[in-house]
Design a protein around this ligand. Structure first.
Ligand SMILES: C[S@@+](CC[C@H](N)C(=O)[O-])C[C@H]1O[C@@H](n2cnc3c(N)ncnc32)[C@H](O)[C@@H]1O
Length: 280
Protein backbone atom coordinates (compact mmCIF):
# COMPACT_ATOMS: atom_id res chain seq x y z
CA UNK A 1 0.00 0.00 0.00
CA UNK A 2 1.42 3.42 -0.89
CA UNK A 3 0.79 6.53 1.13
CA UNK A 4 0.86 10.00 -0.32
CA UNK A 5 3.02 12.65 1.34
CA UNK A 6 0.71 15.62 1.93
CA UNK A 7 1.05 19.27 2.82
CA UNK A 8 -1.50 18.79 5.61
CA UNK A 9 0.51 16.01 7.27
CA UNK A 10 -2.60 13.81 7.04
CA UNK A 11 -1.84 10.24 5.96
CA UNK A 12 -3.96 9.50 2.90
CA UNK A 13 -4.49 6.06 1.52
CA UNK A 14 -5.17 6.78 -2.15
CA UNK A 15 -8.66 5.56 -3.02
CA UNK A 16 -8.89 7.13 -6.44
CA UNK A 17 -7.31 5.44 -9.46
CA UNK A 18 -6.36 8.72 -11.11
CA UNK A 19 -5.04 7.02 -14.24
CA UNK A 20 -8.46 5.46 -14.74
CA UNK A 21 -10.24 8.78 -14.06
CA UNK A 22 -7.97 10.53 -16.59
CA UNK A 23 -8.52 7.82 -19.23
CA UNK A 24 -12.25 7.89 -18.80
CA UNK A 25 -12.41 11.70 -19.19
CA UNK A 26 -10.01 11.54 -22.16
CA UNK A 27 -12.32 9.10 -23.96
CA UNK A 28 -15.25 11.44 -23.37
CA UNK A 29 -13.57 14.70 -24.50
CA UNK A 30 -15.48 14.80 -27.80
CA UNK A 31 -18.91 14.15 -26.27
CA UNK A 32 -18.54 15.98 -22.94
CA UNK A 33 -19.84 19.47 -23.81
CA UNK A 34 -23.08 18.26 -25.38
CA UNK A 35 -23.82 16.03 -22.34
CA UNK A 36 -22.79 18.54 -19.67
CA UNK A 37 -26.23 19.84 -18.61
CA UNK A 38 -25.64 19.62 -14.87
CA UNK A 39 -22.07 20.87 -15.24
CA UNK A 40 -23.21 24.00 -17.09
CA UNK A 41 -26.01 24.75 -14.59
CA UNK A 42 -23.56 24.35 -11.71
CA UNK A 43 -20.77 26.37 -13.33
CA UNK A 44 -23.19 29.25 -13.97
CA UNK A 45 -23.94 29.30 -10.22
CA UNK A 46 -20.23 29.12 -9.37
CA UNK A 47 -19.62 32.16 -11.57
CA UNK A 48 -21.99 34.19 -9.37
CA UNK A 49 -19.25 34.04 -6.72
CA UNK A 50 -16.53 35.50 -8.96
CA UNK A 51 -14.84 38.61 -7.54
CA UNK A 52 -13.83 41.73 -9.46
CA UNK A 53 -10.19 41.47 -10.47
CA UNK A 54 -7.52 44.00 -11.44
CA UNK A 55 -6.23 44.20 -15.03
CA UNK A 56 -3.72 41.45 -15.78
CA UNK A 57 -4.81 39.26 -12.87
CA UNK A 58 -3.73 35.61 -12.93
CA UNK A 59 -6.38 32.88 -12.90
CA UNK A 60 -6.26 29.08 -12.70
CA UNK A 61 -9.15 26.87 -13.89
CA UNK A 62 -8.48 23.68 -11.95
CA UNK A 63 -9.89 20.54 -13.62
CA UNK A 64 -10.70 22.63 -16.69
CA UNK A 65 -11.98 19.75 -18.85
CA UNK A 66 -12.78 20.87 -22.41
CA UNK A 67 -12.19 24.52 -21.50
CA UNK A 68 -15.90 25.36 -21.59
CA UNK A 69 -15.70 27.25 -18.30
CA UNK A 70 -12.19 28.54 -19.01
CA UNK A 71 -13.79 30.37 -21.95
CA UNK A 72 -16.32 32.00 -19.60
CA UNK A 73 -13.39 33.17 -17.42
CA UNK A 74 -11.53 34.59 -20.45
CA UNK A 75 -14.69 36.45 -21.51
CA UNK A 76 -15.30 37.82 -18.03
CA UNK A 77 -11.64 38.83 -17.46
CA UNK A 78 -10.28 39.62 -20.96
CA UNK A 79 -6.95 41.06 -19.74
CA UNK A 80 -6.26 38.21 -17.32
CA UNK A 81 -3.51 35.64 -17.64
CA UNK A 82 -5.55 32.40 -17.61
CA UNK A 83 -4.22 28.87 -17.08
CA UNK A 84 -6.17 25.61 -17.36
CA UNK A 85 -5.02 22.47 -15.58
CA UNK A 86 -6.38 18.96 -15.99
CA UNK A 87 -5.26 15.40 -15.32
CA UNK A 88 -6.79 14.15 -18.59
CA UNK A 89 -4.61 14.56 -21.69
CA UNK A 90 -7.65 14.11 -23.94
CA UNK A 91 -9.54 16.93 -22.25
CA UNK A 92 -6.49 19.20 -22.44
CA UNK A 93 -5.95 18.43 -26.14
CA UNK A 94 -9.59 19.34 -26.78
CA UNK A 95 -9.28 22.62 -24.85
CA UNK A 96 -5.99 23.51 -26.52
CA UNK A 97 -7.59 23.15 -29.95
CA UNK A 98 -10.20 25.84 -29.33
CA UNK A 99 -9.11 28.86 -31.42
CA UNK A 100 -10.55 31.39 -28.96
CA UNK A 101 -8.58 29.83 -26.09
CA UNK A 102 -5.17 29.90 -27.75
CA UNK A 103 -3.83 32.56 -25.37
CA UNK A 104 -4.44 30.39 -22.31
CA UNK A 105 -1.70 28.32 -20.78
CA UNK A 106 -2.61 24.58 -20.61
CA UNK A 107 -1.04 22.24 -18.10
CA UNK A 108 -1.31 18.57 -17.44
CA UNK A 109 -1.34 18.00 -13.70
CA UNK A 110 -3.04 16.82 -10.54
CA UNK A 111 -5.05 19.19 -8.32
CA UNK A 112 -3.47 17.48 -5.30
CA UNK A 113 0.06 18.25 -6.54
CA UNK A 114 -0.33 21.63 -8.24
CA UNK A 115 2.71 22.36 -10.45
CA UNK A 116 2.93 26.05 -9.49
CA UNK A 117 5.02 28.07 -7.08
CA UNK A 118 3.37 29.70 -4.07
CA UNK A 119 1.43 32.98 -4.27
CA UNK A 120 0.94 32.61 -8.04
CA UNK A 121 -2.81 33.24 -8.62
CA UNK A 122 -5.36 35.95 -7.79
CA UNK A 123 -8.20 33.50 -8.47
CA UNK A 124 -8.49 29.73 -8.48
CA UNK A 125 -11.72 28.56 -10.13
CA UNK A 126 -12.87 24.95 -10.21
CA UNK A 127 -16.21 23.42 -11.10
CA UNK A 128 -17.09 19.79 -10.40
CA UNK A 129 -13.51 18.48 -10.45
CA UNK A 130 -12.48 18.42 -6.77
CA UNK A 131 -14.79 15.46 -6.00
CA UNK A 132 -12.45 13.27 -8.10
CA UNK A 133 -9.57 13.89 -5.65
CA UNK A 134 -8.43 11.77 -2.70
CA UNK A 135 -8.54 14.36 0.05
CA UNK A 136 -10.40 17.67 0.20
CA UNK A 137 -8.03 19.00 2.91
CA UNK A 138 -5.10 18.46 0.57
CA UNK A 139 -6.94 20.28 -2.22
CA UNK A 140 -7.54 23.24 0.12
CA UNK A 141 -3.90 23.25 1.21
CA UNK A 142 -2.66 23.22 -2.40
CA UNK A 143 -5.02 26.03 -3.36
CA UNK A 144 -3.99 28.08 -0.32
CA UNK A 145 -0.33 27.63 -1.33
CA UNK A 146 -0.77 28.84 -4.92
CA UNK A 147 -3.17 31.71 -4.14
CA UNK A 148 -1.76 35.17 -3.52
CA UNK A 149 -2.70 36.68 -0.13
CA UNK A 150 -6.20 38.09 -0.60
CA UNK A 151 -6.80 35.69 -3.53
CA UNK A 152 -10.01 33.69 -3.88
CA UNK A 153 -10.97 30.07 -4.43
CA UNK A 154 -14.36 29.94 -6.18
CA UNK A 155 -15.55 26.39 -6.75
CA UNK A 156 -18.13 23.61 -6.70
CA UNK A 157 -17.85 19.98 -5.67
CA UNK A 158 -20.20 17.14 -4.66
CA UNK A 159 -21.23 15.88 -1.22
CA UNK A 160 -22.71 12.68 0.21
CA UNK A 161 -26.16 11.78 -1.08
CA UNK A 162 -25.38 12.54 -4.73
CA UNK A 163 -27.09 10.06 -7.09
CA UNK A 164 -28.74 8.33 -4.12
CA UNK A 165 -31.62 7.13 -6.35
CA UNK A 166 -29.19 5.33 -8.68
CA UNK A 167 -27.31 3.93 -5.71
CA UNK A 168 -30.52 2.49 -4.18
CA UNK A 169 -31.62 1.13 -7.55
CA UNK A 170 -28.31 -0.74 -7.96
CA UNK A 171 -29.00 -2.55 -4.66
CA UNK A 172 -31.76 -4.42 -6.46
CA UNK A 173 -29.02 -5.83 -8.75
CA UNK A 174 -26.16 -6.49 -6.29
CA UNK A 175 -24.33 -5.01 -3.33
CA UNK A 176 -21.14 -3.91 -5.18
CA UNK A 177 -20.35 -0.19 -5.34
CA UNK A 178 -21.66 1.28 -8.60
CA UNK A 179 -22.02 4.91 -7.55
CA UNK A 180 -19.30 7.18 -6.18
CA UNK A 181 -19.46 8.06 -2.50
CA UNK A 182 -18.56 11.55 -1.33
CA UNK A 183 -17.82 13.10 2.05
CA UNK A 184 -20.66 14.69 3.99
CA UNK A 185 -21.05 18.45 3.78
CA UNK A 186 -20.48 18.56 7.57
CA UNK A 187 -17.06 16.91 7.21
CA UNK A 188 -16.23 19.18 4.27
CA UNK A 189 -17.12 22.19 6.46
CA UNK A 190 -14.74 20.95 9.17
CA UNK A 191 -11.98 20.65 6.57
CA UNK A 192 -12.65 24.17 5.31
CA UNK A 193 -12.63 25.57 8.85
CA UNK A 194 -9.29 23.84 9.53
CA UNK A 195 -7.74 25.06 6.25
CA UNK A 196 -6.90 28.62 7.27
CA UNK A 197 -8.92 29.94 4.32
CA UNK A 198 -11.60 32.51 5.21
CA UNK A 199 -15.15 31.46 4.37
CA UNK A 200 -17.27 33.79 2.31
CA UNK A 201 -19.73 31.12 1.08
CA UNK A 202 -19.83 27.38 1.71
CA UNK A 203 -23.26 25.91 1.10
CA UNK A 204 -24.94 22.83 -0.29
CA UNK A 205 -27.79 22.78 -2.79
CA UNK A 206 -29.65 19.90 -4.43
CA UNK A 207 -29.74 19.88 -8.24
CA UNK A 208 -32.03 17.30 -9.84
CA UNK A 209 -32.08 16.25 -13.50
CA UNK A 210 -34.77 13.97 -15.00
CA UNK A 211 -34.31 11.28 -17.64
CA UNK A 212 -36.81 9.40 -19.84
CA UNK A 213 -35.09 6.11 -18.90
CA UNK A 214 -32.30 4.76 -16.70
CA UNK A 215 -30.38 3.97 -19.89
CA UNK A 216 -30.44 7.67 -20.82
CA UNK A 217 -28.87 8.51 -17.45
CA UNK A 218 -26.17 5.83 -17.77
CA UNK A 219 -25.37 6.91 -21.34
CA UNK A 220 -25.04 10.52 -20.27
CA UNK A 221 -22.61 9.58 -17.50
CA UNK A 222 -20.53 7.69 -20.07
CA UNK A 223 -20.62 10.63 -22.53
CA UNK A 224 -19.32 12.84 -19.70
CA UNK A 225 -16.58 10.40 -18.72
CA UNK A 226 -18.08 10.44 -15.23
CA UNK A 227 -18.66 6.69 -15.16
CA UNK A 228 -15.52 5.70 -13.22
CA UNK A 229 -16.53 4.24 -9.88
CA UNK A 230 -13.94 4.89 -7.23
CA UNK A 231 -13.02 1.73 -5.26
CA UNK A 232 -15.10 -0.50 -7.54
CA UNK A 233 -12.18 -2.88 -8.34
CA UNK A 234 -13.16 -2.64 -11.98
CA UNK A 235 -16.43 -4.53 -11.67
CA UNK A 236 -18.69 -3.43 -14.48
CA UNK A 237 -22.11 -4.82 -15.21
CA UNK A 238 -24.06 -4.49 -18.36
CA UNK A 239 -26.66 -6.35 -20.33
CA UNK A 240 -30.39 -6.28 -20.75
CA UNK A 241 -31.35 -8.25 -17.67
CA UNK A 242 -29.22 -6.00 -15.42
CA UNK A 243 -30.79 -2.89 -16.96
CA UNK A 244 -34.26 -4.36 -16.47
CA UNK A 245 -33.62 -5.09 -12.78
CA UNK A 246 -31.96 -1.69 -12.29
CA UNK A 247 -34.93 0.08 -13.90
CA UNK A 248 -37.33 -1.85 -11.68
CA UNK A 249 -35.31 -0.76 -8.63
CA UNK A 250 -35.49 2.86 -9.85
CA UNK A 251 -39.28 2.85 -10.50
CA UNK A 252 -40.21 3.98 -6.97
CA UNK A 253 -38.40 7.31 -7.58
CA UNK A 254 -39.96 7.97 -10.99
CA UNK A 255 -42.14 11.08 -11.29
CA UNK A 256 -44.17 12.54 -14.17
CA UNK A 257 -40.92 14.33 -15.21
CA UNK A 258 -39.03 11.02 -15.52
CA UNK A 259 -36.29 9.23 -13.58
CA UNK A 260 -34.62 11.74 -11.23
CA UNK A 261 -30.88 11.96 -10.62
CA UNK A 262 -30.15 14.30 -7.76
CA UNK A 263 -26.79 15.76 -6.87
CA UNK A 264 -25.76 17.40 -3.61
CA UNK A 265 -23.73 20.27 -5.02
CA UNK A 266 -21.46 22.26 -2.74
CA UNK A 267 -20.63 25.86 -3.69
CA UNK A 268 -17.70 27.64 -2.09
CA UNK A 269 -16.03 31.03 -2.09
CA UNK A 270 -12.95 31.00 0.15
CA UNK A 271 -10.30 33.67 0.58
CA UNK A 272 -6.62 33.40 1.47
CA UNK A 273 -6.06 35.85 4.34
CA UNK A 274 -3.60 38.67 3.76
CA UNK A 275 -1.62 37.48 6.77
CA UNK A 276 -1.42 33.72 7.47
CA UNK A 277 -0.55 33.04 11.11
CA UNK A 278 2.50 30.88 11.89
CA UNK A 279 0.37 28.03 13.29
CA UNK A 280 -1.44 27.49 9.96
C1 LIG B 1 -16.82 16.86 -14.55
S1 LIG B 1 -15.39 17.44 -15.38
C2 LIG B 1 -15.54 19.21 -15.12
C3 LIG B 1 -14.83 19.98 -16.20
C4 LIG B 1 -15.07 21.49 -16.15
N1 LIG B 1 -14.58 22.07 -14.92
C5 LIG B 1 -16.54 21.81 -16.34
O1 LIG B 1 -17.16 22.35 -15.41
O2 LIG B 1 -17.05 21.52 -17.42
C6 LIG B 1 -14.10 17.02 -14.23
C7 LIG B 1 -12.69 17.31 -14.78
O3 LIG B 1 -11.77 17.20 -13.70
C8 LIG B 1 -10.62 16.53 -14.16
N2 LIG B 1 -9.95 15.92 -13.00
C9 LIG B 1 -10.37 14.88 -12.24
N3 LIG B 1 -9.48 14.62 -11.26
C10 LIG B 1 -8.48 15.52 -11.40
C11 LIG B 1 -7.27 15.78 -10.69
N4 LIG B 1 -6.92 15.03 -9.62
N5 LIG B 1 -6.47 16.77 -11.10
C12 LIG B 1 -6.81 17.53 -12.20
N6 LIG B 1 -7.94 17.34 -12.91
C13 LIG B 1 -8.77 16.35 -12.51
C14 LIG B 1 -11.16 15.52 -15.17
O4 LIG B 1 -10.15 15.05 -16.03
C15 LIG B 1 -12.25 16.33 -15.85
O5 LIG B 1 -11.76 17.02 -16.97
Amino acid sequence: MTYMPTLTGEVITPRVDKRQVAESFSKAAGTYDSAATLQQIVAARVRLGLPDLDEGASILDMGCGTGFETRALVQRFPTADVAGLDISEGMLAYAQNQPDLKNCQWLSGDIEELPFHENRFDLVFSSLAVQWCDCFSEVLEQVKRVLKPGGRFVFSTLAAGSLHELQQAWLSVDSSPHVNQYESHTLQKQRVNASGLKVDTFCQQTETLYYPSVLHLLREMKALGANTVINSQGKGLSGRSVLKTLTKGYESYKTEKGFPASYQVVYGVLCKPDQISQSE
